[in-house]
Design a protein. Structure first.
Length: 93
């Protein structure tokens, strides 16, 4: 995921208006959004798989629900690590 997606090319939530072959510069400047970002927070080997079967998306609306979903699979510590890292990164900027 770190290499295959061009995280810095577009801003999340930004809409571009095409005029011919080029993007409208006004639409690029007036649209505000969050920069896309992907950060490696952990890499390693685990003793056994936590998620079985096909990968799937589970939509949640807040931090508590995200942690509860991961806790159901016994990997709530993944969320804790990601959340703590994101809080630290947001303080640096």
């Amino acid at each position: 995921m770190l290499n295959r997606i061009k995280w810095s090319e577009e801003i999340a939530g930004q809409r571009h208006v095409r005029k011919g072959a080029q993007l409208d510069e006004d639409s690029q400047q007036n649209n505000q959004g969050k920069l896309n970002e992907c950060t490696l927070v952990w890499e390693g080997i685990v003793q056994k798989r936590a998620f079985n079967g096909e990968p799937r998306f589970i939509q949640v609306s807040n931090h508590k629900q995200a942690r509860e979903v991961l806790d159901k699979y016994g990997v709530a510590h993944y969320w804790d690590l990601c959340y703590a890292t994101s809080v630290l990164l947001s303080d640096d900027k």
